[in-house]
Design a protein around this ligand. Structure first.
Ligand code: FAD
Length: 427
């Protein structure tokens, strides 16, 4: 039992002007039906609607009910495999182009938010803390040997100067990524919603797609509110991909990511703890990430709190413990919010977009979709229009599953357990 009330609604929703539930009757037929009203679906819908295609976006819950209203709002270069790993697999040229997509995604989001100015964008950068002295050495080596043409602005912070970034001795120094940024996740969602609506798209919330059947000239999509015929269908369901498409479900691994927010500490106290207001992540395998809230009054902390999935309130003690190991000054502070969302990992840790059995899809951002989802959502929308600018370096990559994987990630708990041990012994 918690001694005080903790909200399980994401902090960002507290003052968000979310749209009322949609009540309009569904159209019988559209050119484009997008399933999933998160960043991906809304960005894609904006493209198709702006090109004059009648476009409807469905969501099983409220708009943005998935990750897009409940993430950490951290914006970073987000292609997980390194340039060297990608080069070994695909050759240097394609590896370079895949990595460029990661930089382009951040640039796209930066320009989008600059145009609209309503997403709480902050160019404060990110401090990447070294969990061990060996990690610090590797970080410095990587920062000094960035592949040409893929450079990010990085500066090294030795342990002696670490307090300029965070009032903690937990890390062994680290690096600052100056091009990283943050947004208010819900304001970004509402901004993408507004763009899609302004372009002529419609949105139907609380409307789950339950079956997709091929027809002579497209698809008949059965929903909880009736059947809709569509010439084209996009699956933008990411970590919430359910039984609707078993093929996709076998290719994404839904993993719970948990966050807590402190009670309001006041901006001066938050500044004492994180003097430059940056995002903080660290080099452990079981990742933690935190940042000042968009209003600068609280600290929002996230990570993988449990071996197997749990409800967010049950994870508060562990997340608190993880936060207090880094910032023991917060031991007596209360948590006001705790929530969870389902990110979508893929077996090669790359996002995937394309077409399977005629159905378009775009998903698998491995917990880093704040820049990737709006960007690849825009690209898949362009692909649906047949535009050559929709082409990406990820097109045509095999989207692999694994034998014995049927959407229940039985390997997750043992993997997290092994990673925790590796982190504990500093591997
Ligand atoms: C706690 C947490 C912290 C995160 N922090 C960060 C971060 O700091 N930085 C970062 O880059 N990324 C972060 N992410 C990841 C990021 O939020 C996601 O990658 C991104 O929002 C994915 O957007 P999306 O539109 O593809 O999917 P989602 O926003 O998850 O949307 C998918 C939608 O599909 C709908 N849906 C599913 N099935 C159906 C159906 N049959 N019919 C109708 N609708 C359906 C769902 O209801 C859902 O709304 C975080 C995620 C979580 C959970």
């Amino acid at each position: 039992m918690m001694p005080y009330q903790i909200s399980v609604t994401p902090l960002w929703m507290d003052n968000a002007a979310m749209p009322p539930p949609s009540t309009a009757a569904l159209p019988a037929r559209v050119d484009v039906l997008v399933i999933g009203a998160g960043y991906t679906g809304l960005a894609a819908a904006r493209e198709t609607a702006a090109a004059g295609r009648s476009t409807l976006v469905l969501d099983a819950g409220a708009v943005g009910t998935g990750c897009s209203s409940r993430n950490g709002g951290q914006v970073a270069y987000s292609i997980k495999p390194s340039f060297n790993t990608l080069s070994e697999k695909f050759g240097a040229d394609r590896a370079f182009r895949i990595c460029r997509e990661g930089l382009d995604a951040v640039a796209y989001l930066r320009s989008l938010t600059a145009q609209r100015g309503d997403c709480g964008w902050r160019d404060d950068g990110c401090f990447f803390g070294a969990h061990t002295a060996r990690h610090f050495t590797h970080m410095v080596r990587d920062a000094e040997n960035q592949p040409r043409g893929l450079e990010q602005r990085i500066s090294v912070v030795p342990k002696a100067a670490q307090h300029e970034e965070i009032a903690s001795d937990f890390y062994h120094g680290g690096c600052v990524y100056h091009d990283d940024a943050s947004v208010d996740p819900t304001r970004l969602l509402l901004s993408l919603l507004r763009r899609a609506l302004d372009s002529g798209a419609s949105v139907a919330d609380h409307c789950a797609a339950v079956a997709i059947d091929a027809t002579r000239d497209g698809f008949a999509v059965s929903t909880s509110r009736g059947v809709i015929d569509a010439r084209q269908v996009l699956l933008a369901t990411n970590g919430y991909s359910g039984p609707l498409s078993p093929w996709h479900r076998r290719r994404v691994i839904p993993i719970g990511s948990y966050q807590i927010a402190t009670e309001s500490l006041g901006a001066p106290r938050v500044r004492e703890l994180i003097p430059r207001g940056r995002n903080i992540v660290d080099s452990r395998r079981v990742v933690v990430y935190f940042r000042p809230s968009a209003d600068g009054e609280r600290i929002v902390f996230g990570g993988r709190a449990a071996l197997a999935e749990k409800d967010p309130l049950a994870c508060v003690p562990r997340l608190r413990h993880m936060l207090n190991r880094i910032l023991p000054q917060l031991k007596s502070v209360r948590m006001s919010h705790a929530w969870v969302g389902w990110v979508a990992y893929t077996f090669d840790t790359l996002p995937h977009l394309g077409r399977h059995d005629g159905i378009y899809y775009c998903m698998g951002y491995c917990g880093q979709g704040v820049p990737l989802a709006p960007y690849f959502g825009m690209r898949i929308g362009q692909q649906m229009l047949g535009l050559k600018e929709g082409a990406t370096a990820l097109d045509g990559l095999p989207f692999a599953s694994r034998p014995y994987y049927y959407a229940k990630p039985w390997f997750l708990a043992p993997s997290v357990f092994a990673y925790r041990i590796m982190d504990a012994i500093g591997l």
